[in-house]
Design a protein around this ligand. Structure first.
Ligand SMILES: [Zn+2]
Length: 401
């Protein structure tokens, strides 16, 4: 008899102590970036107990586990990221970070623990699987392009006879009601691009601006022109955010500086909008500067692409959450988030979805909860087994045979 969603959920709850224990061990020892030896060792130790074929990254601390089902079939990928943030933890939790200046403030410790829990559930049910499950445990989600390195190392072809054909990931959130699964078809998170510009004028005496070329008013004009560009040139149904987040010029009250420096971010939800807005930011800057007989240099750092959920997979996530956790737990997200996620690289290659697992702590209003990335963020551990079961169910359904 195939395992029912209810049975899978209760198996995950029966295993909750191990899931929470691993989560807390990881939480005490957060590591940042692409090289996470201690975290990788914990994952390898957990995987060693399971019938998985395990490989590790050659350029990063990534771990890939392959579980072969009883019968041949396609390959389905489940992702958990494992890196922390350069944040000093101030939660006062008994298992708070013991590493100064590092904290699992985005809950990636919970992702690893849930993925390992799902691996245990699925290993116990190999006879129900027609195909392979790939467990993608990635470093460097927080801006280090960890997923891209794994793709470059052949992640999707780890089972050569059956390349990965579908993928699923969960991300925990402290500001969504605990136990809810939140997902939407189409864009789920934004593309994030960084830019820097320098307006070049000519320094001089602050009392004689006509004898100098003052870059400060030009920089100010660029800031305002960018806002007008966004509201006048961007379709509200294919939106963009342009934020000037850092501006610097001058040194004292009576000197006109040579240059003014500005930097910021561009967030978009489609490749077309992304390209158009990057070009527009450059155009506005160089032409406003030119109008004042100055120049503006523009540097663009492409970040993660748009994270796009497959329509059918997103519907299946909602349906699975409804069946397993009840109607109120399945939430169609109202809108994408303008944050970015490097699971986008995987979803560019194969249809799949990422969903938010709500974990607002009990007794806290989600609207007031310190958000992901805060030094005070706390995640409710109660829904972790639901996340474990959801991961496992997505793979079971994909590999029914
Ligand atoms: Zn995150």
């Amino acid at each position: 008899m195939p395992t029912s969603p209810a049975e899978l959920l209760s198996a995950a709850y029966n295993d909750a102590d191990r899931t929470i224990d691993l989560r807390r061990r990881l939480h005490r020892h957060p590591e940042i970036g692409l090289h996470l030896p201690r975290t990788q060792a914990a994952v390898l130790e957990a995987f060693a107990e399971l019938p998985l074929e395990v490989t590790t990254g050659t350029t990063t601390s990534s771990v890939v586990g392959v579980l072969r089902g009883a019968r041949p079939g396609p390959t389905y990928l489940l992702r958990g990221d494992m890196d922390a943030l350069p944040v000093q933890e101030d939660t006062g939790l008994p298992f708070a970070s013991e590493v100064p200046g590092a904290m699992h403030a985005c809950g990636h410790d919970t992702h690893v623990a849930m993925l390992v829990g799902a691996a245990r559930l699925l290993a116990d049910r190999r006879d129900e699987l027609a195909g392979q499950v790939v467990f993608m445990v990635q470093p460097g989600e927080e801006g280090f392009h960890g997923a891209r390195y794994m793709l470059e190392e052949g992640l999707l072809d780890v089972v050569p006879e059956a390349p990965v054909s579908g993928a699923f990931a969960l991300h925990i959130s402290s500001t969504l009601p605990s136990g809810t699964v939140n997902v939407r078809p189409g864009p789920m998170m934004a593309a994030a691009d960084q830019w820097r510009m320098t307006v070049r004028g000519r320094g001089g005496h602050a009392s004689e601006p006509h004898a100098a070329a003052d870059p400060i008013p030009v920089a100010a004009e660029i800031v305002l022109a960018l806002q007008a560009m966004v509201t006048r040139q961007v379709d509200v149904f294919d939106p963009a955010v342009v934020t000037v987040a850092h501006i610097e010029a001058g040194s004292t009250n009576n000197v006109i500086p040579d240059t003014a420096f500005l930097e910021g971010t561009i967030r978009t939800l489609s490749p077309e909008r992304r390209a158009a807005v990057v070009a527009a930011v450059q155009r506005v800057a160089t032409h406003v500067a030119a109008a004042h007989e100055m120049t503006a240099t523009f540097e663009h750092d492409p970040g993660y692409p748009v994270t796009v959920n497959d329509v059918e997979v997103a519907a299946r996530v909602l349906e699975t959450a409804r069946t397993m956790l009840g109607d109120p737990a399945a939430v169609l997200s109202r809108a994408p988030l303008m944050g970015a996620e490097d699971f986008s690289y995987v979803l560019e290659k194969v249809p799949g979805a990422i969903a938010w697992l709500g974990a607002c702590p009990p007794g806290t209003d989600p609207a007031d909860a310190p958000p992901n990335h805060s030094n005070l963020v706390v995640f409710d551990e109660e829904p972790l087994p639901a996340g474990v079961a959801l991961y496992a169910q997505m793979a079971l359904d994909a590999l029914r045979g």
